[in-house]
Design a binder for this molecule. Sequence first.
Ligand code: NG1
Ligand code: ZN
Length: 552
Amino acid sequence: MNEQQRSMLLQSASSFPPPKGTKLSYGTAGFRADASILQSTVFRIGILAALRSLKTGGAVIGLMITASHNKVSDNGVKIADPSGGMITQDWEPFADCIANAPDPESLVQLINEFAKKENIPLDGAKTATVLLGRDTRPSGESLVKAAKQGICSVVGAVATDMGIITTPQLHWMVRARNKGLKASELDYFEQLSSSFRCLIDLIPKKSGDNNPIGKLIVDCANGVGGEKLQVLKEKLNGLHLEIRNSGESGILNEGVGADYVQKEKVAPQGFGPADVGIRCASLDGDADRLVYFTVISNGNNKINLVDGDKILSLFALFIKDQLSILSDKNEYQPRVGVVQTAYANGASTKYLNQLGLEVIFTPTGVKYLHGKAEEYDIGIYFEANGHGTILFSEHFLNWLEGRKNEPSSTTKEKQNAVKRLWAVSKLINQAVGDALSGLLLVEAILQHMGWSVDKWNELYHDLPSRQLKVKVADRSAVVTTYAETSVEKPPGIQEAINAITEKYPEGRCFVRPSGTEDVVRVYAEAKTQETADEVAASVAKLVDQFLGFTAS
Ligand code: NG1
Ligand code: ZN
């Protein structure tokens, strides 16, 4: 590191003292905390983003300021790698170290050591580029400023502020920029709307209605998704859509949004008896999660939830159908993998297995699911909470491209299946789960099938489940194994959990430390809602006994 670089870093770092008495860590989805303590973390992660760009030969890196579905007073920061996916996990320990460096001197020392170890040129000879995005949180603006200062304190680094955008839009732009593709926000909307239209145009013509499934109402969590969905709506006159909770009056994620709807299993604010039976959807605060639901009549805001597992099942079914139209006995058979976590409803896994699909489990967090899905020709991944996408390998897309140009001996239906799969690969975000592109794909498939939301929901029946969170003294005391289905530490707790679940028919339960909140999460499934609630409550009590503030 030359003297100019060193003094730039020292000088800017002195304006961003780290919060006292807080240890920050790069969790399931970056750093998250109360926004008031994040200035220094975001500044330092700005530096990291610039270093990452230098390390990857000047590739574009993304830096997103969001706390997703968490409360409005929280915020967070995460990094997108050149592929548009999450930053490589190898860099997470460095992120933790610099976030917690106590003063500018030690921060610069850490950066110097890391740059040496990683051979990162810190002489200003190369340019680094970082794209910045933020959600609608009021704290976002000043945090973006802190990120810019961090980026610009690396010699040769340039920050480009994309303003208020969804998390998946930022990841999409990073990927597109690095592939030399069109990468503006307008290009994003154009790609989504044209591939959606293509799927609709390919629906086999039946007599009568060209949209047999009626209107969709979307709860936008009072977040960034509302404004962006409005743009898409204007581009797509074939989409009968009503936008609610777009943020004009309500509070971000408060009683609204995908996380609330999925965890509480109730209708979001602004929905009521007038909406009974209508197809509804919820996005989360940064529009990377999507769930569907219908309001139940006289049900005190109760809903039928159509969660990420069911979106996954719908996608898997459609892809499988299109592949079977194309399949020739002696030909290349693409490998399809379906990736879930322990939160997936047991009934969904059973259904997917029955479809003959390969189902794989990973720990919670997009970085694990995405990585696994990349191993397949077509990798479909979803968390039950509605985060997921479909990844297509280059190899598969090249094969598809070849089939597109095959001689006219191919049947029309085969040609259409090729075109449909191609359109899906353009519509569905290849960088990260994206509620807007996911919603368009769900809508296109439902129209293709001529299915109502109830018909879709009937694919299988969810096992009753319950999720709880327990505040503990130190959540890192919980160490899990086997894709988080079993607790290794503290000793004895897993045996106690087993003893509870064994008593209940179809009982299943696991606990794990949250990576985004200071809690231990409990998930339970059982044959009835009452018994699922009982298992969850008993295990939550157990967690409290082992680890709670009152535990000895
Ligand atoms: P944590 O807080 O680690 O459980 C939550 C979600 C994850 C993922 C991340 C990122 C649940 C149970 N967990 O992680 O699936 O979406 O947030 O936002 O929903
Ligand atoms: Zn989110």
